[in-house]
Design a protein around this ligand. Structure first.
Ligand code: NAP
Length: 461
C-alpha cells in the first residue's frame, strides 16, 4: 500500500492514493531536471520572470480550489488556505520583479584592477517540504531558486500529494520547460538516496529536527550546500506595560492559527509582572468560546489537526506534562466526533525539567508562564534549543525592541505574531535550522557567488 495519499482529517477517510515512484522513474526525473538546467541557466531573467508571474496569476485564479485542497488534505480553514495561496502568489511575483536586480554583478572595492561577484545558478536542487502550508512551503524554495536559474525537484510531504500534483500542473500550464519544476512521489525514506545523486547540487528541507539532522548529515557527506527550516517553540513575551486584552487576543488567535501547527506559532506565553492570572483567565475564556468544526464551514475557528497521529502525539505530550506536574487549565482531550479534532488546551506551571518545556507542541496548546521581570523572561525565552521566531508585546516599543535584541531567534516581531511577507526573511538559528528563505537573502542560498577579478597582465597585484 502506498504511503502517499490524502486522508481527509475531517472524516479520516482516504480520498486519493498515489503510487510511489520506482527508482527508474526517480532517475528519469533527475535526468530531465539536469537536462533542463543546461538550458534554464542560460534563459534570460525576463523569460524566467514571465514564468513566475504566470504561476502567480494561475495560483490566484485557482485560489478557491487550492485553498480547498489544503482543507481536504490537512484540515486547514478554507480562509487560511486561500490566504496562503495569495501569499504564495505574492512571493512568486516578488522574485519575478526583483530577481534580476538582486543577481546583478556586485562590484567589490579593491586597490588593484576591478573585481566583482557574478551570481550563477548551481544546478538541480532537491526541495523537501512539510504539509502544514502545502503551497507556501513549496513556493518559498521554488520561487527564488527557479528565478536564479536552478531547476527544482520537489519531495512534498506524503499526506499532501494533491497539492504537490497540482503545483506541478500549474508550472506546466504557465509554460515551464519540462524538468524546471518536477514533483517526486516518494516517501521520506527515499530522500537520502536522491540527495546522494551527483546531479543534485543543493538541498533544502523544512520539517522536524529529526528529519533535518539526517538530511544535513547526508548533504554533508556528499558535500552539498543545504538549508534547514526546522521546528520552533516561539516565546511570546507580554511586557508589564502591555494591554492585556490585546495581548491575549493576539497570542490566542496566533496559537489557534492552522490549529497550532505552525513552526512560528506563539507556543510559550511569558507574562512579565503580576498580570499572569488575568492573562490565564482571559485566554481561557477566549479558548472556551472557540468554534470547532469543518474547515470548509466559514463559522469554524478551529478545524482538525492534520491527522489522527498528530492528535494522538499532542495529547500524549499534554498528558505527560500533567503527569510531570503541569496544571491543565483547559482541554487536553480529543473531541468526541469523527475526525482528528482536539480541544483548545491551556497548560501552566510547566517547569524546566518537564518534556513540555523543551519540546515543540504542534497543536492548539497554549503554555503560559509567569515571571517576575524582563531578565527572567529573556532567560526563559532563550532556554530551549529552538531559535526560530518570537514576539514581544508591549506599549513602549523602544523597550520591546531592546528585549527583541536579546532573544536568540532568527525573527522577533513586536506587537504581532509572525508577519510573513515576501520581502522579509524567514529562518532560524540554533536547532531551528540555518539559512534563510524569502527576502533578498533567499535568492543567494543556492547560487555560486563567483569572484571575477580583472587586471592587466603586467599589473602588480
Ligand atoms: P517531518 O516529519 O520532518 O516531514 C517533513 C518532510 O520531510 C516531509 O516531506 C517528510 O516526508 C520528509 N522526511 C521525513 N523524514 C525524513 C528523513 N529522515 N529524511 C529526509 N526527509 C524526511 O516534519 P512534519 O512533522 O511533517 O512537519 C512539521 C515540522 O516542520 C514541525 O517541527 C514544524 O515546526 C516544522 N516546520 C518548520 C518550518 C520553518 O520554516 N522553520 C515551517 C513549517 C514547518 P514524509 O511526509 O514522506 O514523511
Amino acid at each position: 500500500m502506498s504511503s502517499i495519499k490524502t486522508v481527509n482529517p475531517t472524516t479520516n477517510k482516504v480520498e486519493k492514493e498515489f503510487e510511489e515512484m520506482n527508482d527508474q522513474q526517480i532517475q528519469s526525473i533527475i535526468a530531465e531536471a539536469d537536462k533542463a538546467f543546461q538550458t534554464w541557466r542560460k534563459t534570460s531573467f525576463k523569460k524566467r520572470a514571465e514564468l513566475l508571474h504566470k504561476v502567480a496569476t494561475i495560483m490566484r485564479e485557482k485560489k478557491d480550489l487550492l485553498g480547498k485542497l489544503c482543507s481536504i488534505e490537512m484540515g486547514k480553514l478554507l480562509s487560511e488556505g486561500i490566504g496562503e495561496v495569495q501569499l504564495s502568489a505574492d512571493i512568486f511575483d516578488y522574485y519575478a520583479d526583483n530577481g534580476e536586480k538582486l543577481l546583478a554583478d556586485q562590484p567589490l572595492e579593491t586597490p588593484t584592477g576591478k573585481a566583482f561577484l557574478s551570481y550563477q545558478p548551481i544546478g538541480v536542487l532537491l526541495s523537501v517540504q512539510p504539509w502544514n502550508f502545502p503551497f507556501y512551503q513549496i513556493t518559498r524554495s521554488a520561487a527564488p531558486n527557479i528565478m536564479a536559474g536552478n531547476t527544482v525537484v520537489l519531495k512534498h510531504a506524503s499526506n499532501v500529494p494533491q497539492a504537490a500534483e497540482i503545483m506541478e500542473k500549474i508550472f506546466a500550464e504557465a509554460g515551464a520547460p519540462k524538468g524546471v519544476y518536477t514533483n517526486l512521489f516518494v516517501p521520506g525514506s527515499k530522500v537520502s538516496q536522491i540527495l546522494a545523486d551527483p546531479r543534485i547540487k543543493g538541498a533544502s528541507l523544512t520539517g522536524s529536527e529529526a528529519a533535518g539532522s539526517s538530511f544535513a548529515s547526508m548533504a554533508g557527506k556528499h558535500i552539498k550546500k543545504s538549508t534547514l527550516e526546522l521546528g520552533g517553540s516561539d516565546p511570546f513575551i507580554v511586557m508589564p506595560d502591555a494591554d492585556i486584552d490585546k495581548a491575549v487576543k493576539t497570542a490566542a488567535e496566533g496559537r489557534l492559527w492552522n490549529a497550532g501547527q505552525v513552526c512560528v506559532s506563539p507556543k510559550r506565553i511569558i507574562v512579565v509582572g503580576d498580570a499572569a492570572n488575568e492573562f490565564i483567565a482571559k485566554a481561557t475564556a477566549l479558548f472556551e468560546r472557540v468554534v470547532v468544526g469543518d474547515p470548509l464551514d466559514p463559522a469554524t475557528q478551529l478545524a482538525p489537526l492534520s491527522s489522527e497521529k498528530a492528535v494522538a502525539d499532542v495529547i500524549k505530550q499534554v498528558e505527560k506534562a500533567v503527569s510531570q506536574g503541569a496544571d491543565l487549565i483547559l482541554g487536553g482531550k480529543r473531541i468526541d466526533r469523527p475526525g482528528a479534532f482536539m480541544e483548545p488546551t491551556i497548560l501552566t506551571n510547566v517547569k524546566k525539567y518537564m518534556d513540555a518545556f523543551s519540546e515543540e507542541i504542534f497543536g492548539p496548546v497554549l503554555v503560559i508562564y509567569a515571571v517576575k521581570d524582563v531578565d527572567e523572561a529573556v532567560e526563559l525565552a532563550n532556554g530551549t534549543d529552538f531559535g526560530l521566531g518570537g514576539t514581544v508585546f508591549g506599549t513602549n516599543v523602544d523597550k520591546a525592541v531592546e528585549v527583541a535584541r536579546r532573544i536568540d531567534t532568527g525573527m522577533v516581531y513586536i506587537n504581532h505574531v509572525t508577519g510573513i511577507a515576501p520581502e522579509l526573511p524567514f529562518g532560524g538559528t540554533k536547532n531551528s535550522g540555518y539559512g534563510r528563505e524569502q527576502s533578498p537573502a533567499g535568492i543567494y542560498e543556492f547560487v555560486n557567488a563567483k569572484l571575477i577579478r580583472v587586471t592587466t597582465p603586467d599589473a602588480a597585484y
